[in-house]
Design a protein around this ligand. Structure first.
Ligand SMILES: [Zn+2]
Length: 442
């Protein structure tokens, strides 16, 4: 879909913002085949540990062709001058649930149709894009009909503007686990928000179904969860046989596995079975950290979601369990993630978006990783280059380098001095196309 000035840009503004009159998008600086430059007071490329002053990025079509300073500004080259801002790679959220909206998500799942979830989810991913999150990995979502994979198809076909999407159709769960509905009497038969698979053979079939309908990740709830009703994160749910089956079956299709795992034994079981990432990892211990390093397994700590609920509360009370558990375990989770950082565990930013309503909050995870022990630069790299590496997309996104897709954002001022600047993204480019440009310097 080409961007056109005037009416088409206004229409696009509606599509992207989902709201008439809210921050209309400017006309694009050049057609998507053109060559233009971005200039900002600072440039953080996702790779170097230092900031480049007066940075310039030259973009041609959907790709970055040159990165440097003002010497790149040749006569006739159209320049978007972002002023006292910092250019960064587009942000990568490797743990997102765009079909979930708010705290009482399991009741919402029962109340809402797949079509409604798709419409709401489309707005959610577009809001994520405007907040600077140009790539999302969906960690399974609360819809039996794979609505988020249809959202991806609609974006890929050019029907809507949205971020790059990858991920799992469902979170696979045991009967009675975090993906089951555990608050109804036994005579009520409902379709759970997750996909239920018990035993290795059901697991094999569940993995095949997920891949059939477009999942490019498999998500397992290896242990109980914080947010779902009627289960406990310190219980290990899937057996070794079941996890190994999932990893083996997925691997035969070239699909990696992400494992939700809180309980220590569940974390270790999943690492040994060969999953690519551990989600949450609340109850790490020294051996689990050693295993993460040895196996090269990624850790996605999702530290901030618990902080968010402790601060904001649960409007419906559905997350009272989560708040109680978060208060109890938050300090030790931060401490273990700090040890994992020290040990050199590969860590990426995952927000658990969906459980809170506004994607601007995603940046809270970057701040949380800093509080856990990363330098501000490490935390920014966890939100960009590391996420791309976890996805296996490091040849396309995650850094500002020639040849990469031009997914770029800008924030006001210096984010290394104040990481909350990531909550105030003022410019977003996706594949060479400007999808947000606010304020001065236009
Ligand atoms: Zn999640």
């Amino acid at each position: 879909m080409r961007l056109l000035p005037g009416a088409a840009a206004a229409l696009l503004a509606v599509l992207v913002t989902g709201t008439l009159g809210a921050q209309p998008l400017p006309d694009p600086p050049a057609p998507s085949t053109g060559r233009h430059a971005l200039r900002a007071a600072r440039l953080i490329d996702g790779r170097a540990d230092t900031v480049r002053r007066d940075g310039v990025v030259v973009v041609e079509g959907e790709r970055i062709v040159a990165v440097g300073g003002p010497e790149l500004l040749t006569p006739g080259l159209e320049v978007i001058d972002l002023g006292d801002a910092t250019l960064l790679p587009g942000l990568v959220d490797v743990h997102s649930h765009p079909l979930i909206a708010g705290d009482d998500y399991q009741t919402d799942h029962l109340r809402d149709s797949s079509a409604f979830k798709a419409l709401r989810g489309l707005k959610a991913v577009q809001d994520n894009l405007r907040a600077g999150w140009t790539t999302l990995r969906i960690a399974g979502d609360a819809d039996v009909f794979y609505a988020h994979l249809d959202i991806r198809r609609a974006i890929d076909q050019g029907l809507f503007v949205g971020p790059r999407l990858t991920g799992a159709g469902h979170y696979l769960s045991i009967t009675g686990g975090g993906g089951d509905i555990n608050f109804l009497g036994p005579e009520h038969h409902v379709v759970a928000d997750g996909k239920i698979a018990d035993g290795p053979e059901e697991m094999r079939k569940a993995v095949r179904e997920e891949i059939k309908y477009g999942s490019d990740w498999i998500k397992l709830l290896v242990t109980g969860a914080f947010m779902s009703a009627g289960d406990h994160p310190e219980d290990v749910h899937y057996s070794e046989d079941e996890v190994r089956m999932a990893v083996e079956e997925a691997a035969r299709h070239g699909v990696p596995v992400m494992a939700h795992a809180h309980a220590t034994a569940g974390i270790k079981l999943a690492i040994r079975a060969g999953v690519r990432s551990i989600e949450h990892g609340t109850f790490l211990d020294d051996e689990a950290i050693r295993l993460l390093v040895e196996h090269g397994t990624w850790l996605v700590p999702t530290l901030y979601i618990g902080d968010y609920y402790i601060e904001h509360g649960s409007p419906t009370g559905a997350q009272d369990k989560m708040i109680e558990l978060s208060k109890k375990y938050k300090a030790q989770h931060y401490a273990w993630v700090g040890k994992a950082i020290q040990a050199g565990v590969k860590i990426a930013v995952g927000s658990d978006f969906g459980a809170y309503p506004a994607p601007v909050e995603n940046a809270g995870e970057i701040e949380a990783l800093h509080r856990a022990g990363m330098t501000p630069m490490q935390a920014l790299q966890a939100a960009t280059r590391a996420g791309a590496e976890l996805l296996g997309w490091q040849d396309r996104i995650g850094t500002i380098e020639p040849g990469k897709l031009a997914d770029l954002i800008a924030v006001p001022g210096d984010p290394l001095a104040d990481l909350s600047a990531l909550r105030r993204v003022s410019f977003v480019m996706l594949g060479g196309r400007v999808v947000r440009r606010d304020g001065a310097g236009r």
